[in-house]
Design a binder for this molecule. Structure first.
Ligand code: PMP
Length: 405
């Protein structure tokens, strides 16, 4: 693996100061920073070949269409999908889940059918299903969690039934960092012929994706969580599903023939890509995946594991600090609260020290309700962070505590 100083130099923003203090960025769960190569890829599009994709016969349009399709191939290879046709670009995880919830609902769901999610889901993997259930008279069932922040697998098996039409679960909890046993979840669902959607928003950047090995039916993620640009995401779907499902948006490029009487749709994956896609961001995402592959996914996971162990030990040693989410199977995210000190006060004081953490419910209110708390402070660590930064966080927290004593 590259030396950490070299890695950090790849990300220009990491060198900046905030309130004249070196920036310590621990908000990677919300969005990750971008390496120069991704910024350069975006600049290259706009300075040398920007032109709308797929519709032109001219040089620039050809170049940008080729770069866009090359990015699709990079995604295919990164997630190990069998075919490029199974890789649809969307606006992000939220866009992908809403799209599938709509199309799946229209095609397959009837009154009384059930969809299963877990208690650990981000709102993006709850609300679209509730909207669909409301439209179709279906029922949302929830896999409960224990106090370590893990799903209770036996309870999942109890609610998985003939009524279940789809299971949609996150690979990793954004609020607590828990890694879900998705292989077991998928195997159990498939044993009763139920398809599974995996929300990979927090899994993709920690090196954990191989859609063939997982055998998931859908896998969705956002570019901005894996060092890529905002405004781009991916919906992977097995060809069988994408062929059967109707499109979730109509417009240009997703059609074959349009008349006022009837419209036929384009081939996969274009059937699901209506209107002008965010092709510069897709190309930037391709570049981000190149970057991650260049650093090495196994090395990234190993480094993050080491940083998690270090941070857990450091923070656990602080009197009055309670960590939420203690599963043995976790990514490098630590959610915590300080005794008698509000999370917003903690976050705001840390901010003045140049330390960026996230405070609040992390768009996972049911998780907070489980613990009966209004939110947490979340430090989400990634491979470009350092032990020295973790030391700064621990010292910052001690300072907050001393200020309130
Ligand atoms: N699911 C999970 C687990 C997430 O962490 C997030 C982002 N915080 C989302 C879905 C939504 O992602 P986006 O806002 O990029 O669509």
């Amino acid at each position: 693996m590259k030396d950490i100083a070299e890695i950090r130099a790849d990300f220009p923003i990491l060198g900046r100061k905030v309130y004249n203090k070196p920036l310590v960025y621990f908000d990677n769960g919300a969005t990750t920073q971008k390496p120069q190569s991704v910024i350069d890829a975006l600049t290259e599009v706009y300075t040398t070949y920007n032109s709308n994709i797929h519709r032109g016969v001219h040089y620039l349009s050809d170049t940008s269409s080729e770069a866009y399709e090359a990015a699709r191939e990079k995604v295919r290879s990164f997630i190990n999908a069998g075919r490029r046709e199974e890789v649809v670009f969307t606006s992000g995880t939220t866009g992908s889940i809403n799209g599938i919830a709509f199309s799946f609902g229209e095609r397959y769901i009837k009154t009384g059918d059930e969809i299963i999610v877990s208690h650990l889901e981000h709102h993006a993997n709850i609300v679209p299903w509730q909207m669909m259930c409301e439209r179709k008279g279906a029922v949302l069932r929830v896999i409960p969690i224990n106090d370590s922040g893990e799903i209770i697998f036996e309870e999942y098996l109890k609610i998985l039934s003939k009524k279940t039409k789809l299971v949609s679960v996150t690979q990793v909890s954004n609020a607590l960092g828990t890694i879900l046993p998705i292989n077991k979840i998928i195997t159990a669902a498939h044993s009763v012929s139920v398809p599974v959607l995996i929300d990979g928003a927090q899994g993709i950047q920690h090196g954990m994706v191989d859609v063939k090995a997982m055998d998931c039916d859908f896998y969705v993620f956002s570019g901005h969580k894996i060092y890529g640009p905002n405004g781009i995401g991916v919906l992977y779907g097995k060809e069988k599903w994408l062929t059967e499902l109707p499109p979730f948006q109509g417009g240009g490029d997703m059609v074959d023939k349009v008349t006022f009487e009837k419209t036929t749709y384009n081939a996969l994956p274009f059937k699901f890509e209506a209107g002008t896609m965010n092709y510069p961001a897709a190309i930037g995402l391709g570049s981000a995946l190149d970057y991650v592959t260049g650093i090495g996914r196994v090395d990234i996971a190993m480094r993050e594991k080491e940083l998690l162990a270090y941070a857990t030990e450091k923070l656990s040693g602080i009197k009055g600090l309670k960590i939420y989410g203690n599963s043995a199977s976790k990514i490098s995210t630590i959610s915590f609260l300080l005794d008698k000190i509000h999370q917003y006060d903690t976050g705001m004081i840390l901010d003045k020290m140049g330390i960026a953490v996230r405070t609040g419910t992390h768009c996972a209110q049911p998780v907070m309700d489980h613990y009966g708390i209004g939110g947490t402070i979340r430090a989400s660590i990634c491979f470009y962070n350092t032990k020295e930064e973790i030391d700064s966080l621990a010292a910052g927290i001690e300072k907050v505590i001393s200020m309130f004593e």
